[in-house]
Design a protein around this ligand. Structure first.
Ligand SMILES: Cc1cc2nc3c(=O)[nH]c(=O)nc-3n(C[C@H](O)[C@H](O)[C@H](O)COP(=O)(O)OP(=O)(O)OC[C@H]3O[C@@H](n4cnc5c(N)ncnc54)[C@H](O)[C@@H]3O)c2cc1C
Length: 278
């Protein structure tokens, strides 16, 4: 649920370059979405797909809102978790060591497998089973609107999904598109040079609009190496004796809703145990 920003010639350019929109079926998640909706943090999009949501004014708005209540260190990478007496020590780059009594690992399965190897080999082995498919993504800004009636489309040639970002609520006027390659093409071209990937995705997008694109004022590609996991179908992992929890989309299912529910259910289990032992 991330957003990239870039200074354009006249306006700021904004691209939701991961999740384009997300659905909700579970009552608990719907309730949270309605609360966020009242606060102006999420809204419905696209209009022709009832039940789909986006963050406002950018996809990461719900995350920012949740982070507000916490002491979050952005830009830090945890490289390892070490047992320290009864507790844990986290160490990494761009961060001081952190000693803590409880740890929650909420990162993609490939990274979770690495982090959990020493402290929870069983959870680490489970994470190794959840392979993720990649997604090459091209972001594009134009000096004029692209001549397409639709604001999004799916499964056309090598394109898995393309969205006109500025058609989402509160994104500003600059014409910005996010073009995501499909799973198979992304896998086959995983190690391709970014310049060649950009050329091929741009060509595929141009074909979709009859070969005529306006002048691009900005473009970049991003390789999501771990985009969509094959989940292991377990809500979360929690070991009350070691006080180590694991959540994320690779456990429950490959959607925003599943990721939120996995975290929420883990939090409920932890709260229950903390109250029992309080
Ligand atoms: C291209 C793309 C398209 C998608 N489309 C959709 C869609 O249409 N609908 C939908 O519902 N879902 C979609 N998803 C899936 C959805 O985005 C995920 O399911 C959801 O974001 C997973 O949330 P998470 O918290 O489990 O993990 P993530 O969102 O992956 O969050 C993990 C966080 O941990 C951080 N991190 C990783 N390793 C470390 C470390 N060692 N130290 C510190 N931090 C670390 C990462 O930087 C990241 O911020 C899409 C995902 C991608 C990539």
């Amino acid at each position: 649920m991330s957003t990239r920003r870039h200074d354009g010639p006249n306006h700021q350019l904004r691209f939701d370059h991961g999740t384009q929109s997300f659905g909700a079926q579970d009552e608990r998640f719907l309730k949270q979405l309605h609360r966020w909706n009242e606060q102006g943090i999420v809204d419905h999009w696209p209009p022709d797909q009832p039940g789909q949501w986006v963050g406002v004014p950018a996809m990461n708005a719900p995350l920012r809102s949740m982070a507000d209540a916490l002491d979050v260190q952005f830009g830090s990478r945890v490289e390892g978790i070490l047992p320290k007496g009864e507790d844990y020590r986290l160490y990494g780059t761009e961060m001081d060591d952190v000693d803590c009594g409880h740890v929650v690992v909420a990162v993609p399965s490939e990274q979770a497998a690495e982090l959990l190897r020493e402290v929870d080999p069983v959870a680490s082995a489970l994470a190794e089973q959840a392979h993720s498919s990649p997604c090459w993504t091209l972001i594009l800004a134009f000096d004029q609107p692209v001549a397409l009636q639709e604001d999004w489309f799916c499964d056309t040639g090598i394109i898995g999904r393309a969205s006109r970002n500025n058609s989402k609520p509160d994104r500003g006027p600059a014409e910005c598109w996010v073009v995501q390659a499909d799973k198979g093409w992304s896998q086959d071209h995983l190690e391709e040079h970014a310049v060649l990937v950009a050329q091929q995705l741009m060509g595929a997008f141009a074909q979709c609009v009859g070969g005529k694109l306006p002048r691009a004022v900005h473009h970049a590609v991003h390789r999501w190496r771990y985009a969509l996991p094959e989940p292991v179908k377990q809500d979360f992992i929690w070991d009350r004796s070691s006080r180590l929890g694991v959540c994320g989309d690779w456990l429950r299912g490959p959607t925003v809703e599943d990721a939120w529910l996995s975290g929420r259910l883990l939090a409920d289990a932890m709260m229950y145990d903390l109250q029992v032992h309080a």
